[in-house]
Design a protein around this ligand. Structure first.
Ligand code: SF4
Length: 247
């Protein structure tokens, strides 16, 4: 029987979730509590629509002609929380010759994610902060699992894009960006670092859900700040891309 997962939402022709045009599937459930999360409605593991692997693959295949240079991206929430479903989906997509990408914060222990990391074609790995203490303040969890995930991806030569959100007054910090650049420059699996600006677009969801929003006074990132961060990372010979939205 086809494995069932809980789905937060779908973007059928996504341009910013990996290479090419992609069918982006956002899974329900996340144990992190990033202060800047623009999808707090994805945190609960009980919400979302229940769908089978077969029904999703059928839907993805109906867009196949648009996805020739792209594929399927499984995102969240944290897609590694529904690891059985995510693995089944990747296997089925690959059987149908669909390129697969996993968009994750690597927030679960490696023993729960290894099989998925082995199977998927590439990983978009979100590093919330390179500094453990700041990572805990920012997400309520240490970055140990994320960095273990990166080390494993390096060991299996997996194709990796890093994502990093620049939050003014928090991660938009020269010393931390130098530390991040130096750290990432030693990984040969990393193709690019995608810098994402902090914005306030998700703030209304906190109001709707009655959850306190800690960053309501934080100003949005400016282009000048994005360029500055890019310049620092490029000092470490890192290929940097920039996006117009928060991940
Ligand atoms: S930003 Fe991503 S990892 Fe962070 S709380 Fe939101 S869904 Fe979870």
């Amino acid at each position: 029987m086809s494995v069932i997962g809980r789905i937060h939402s779908v973007e059928t022709l996504a341009a910013l979730d990996g290479p090419g045009l992609r069918y982006a599937l956002f899974l329900q459930g996340c144990k992190m509590r990033c202060l800047y999360c623009h999808n707090p409605d994805s945190w609960s593991t009980h919400r979302g629509e229940q769908k089978s692997v077969d029904s999703i693959i059928k839907d993805v295949l109906s867009y196949r002609s648009f996805l020739t240079n792209g594929g399927l991206t499984i995102s969240g929430g944290e897609p590694l929380l529904q690891n059985e479903f995510t693995l089944a989906l990747i296997k089925e997509a690959k059987k149908n010759s669909i390129h697969t990408a996993l968009d994750t914060a690597g927030s679960v222990p490696l023993e729960l994610s290894k099989e998925i990391l082995d199977e998927v074609d590439m990983v978009l790995l979100d590093i919330k902060s390179i500094e453990k203490e700041q990572h805990i303040k920012l997400t309520c969890q240490s970055n140990d699992n994320t960095l273990d995930t990166l080390n494993y991806l390096e060991s299996i030569h997996k194709r990796v894009w890093i994502r990093h959100v620049l939050v003014p007054g928090i991660t938009q910090n020269d010393a931390l960006l130098h530390r991040l650049g130096k750290f990432l420059s030693s990984y040969s699996c990393i193709e690019t670092v995608d810098l994402l600006p902090f914005h306030q677009l998700g703030s209304y969801k906190y109001k709707e859900l009655g959850i306190p929003y800690a960053l309501k006074e934080t100003k949005e990132s400016s282009m000048r700040e994005l360029h500055h961060a890019q310049h620092i990372l490029e000092m470490y010979k890192i290929n940097v891309t920039k996006e117009e939205r928060v991940g």
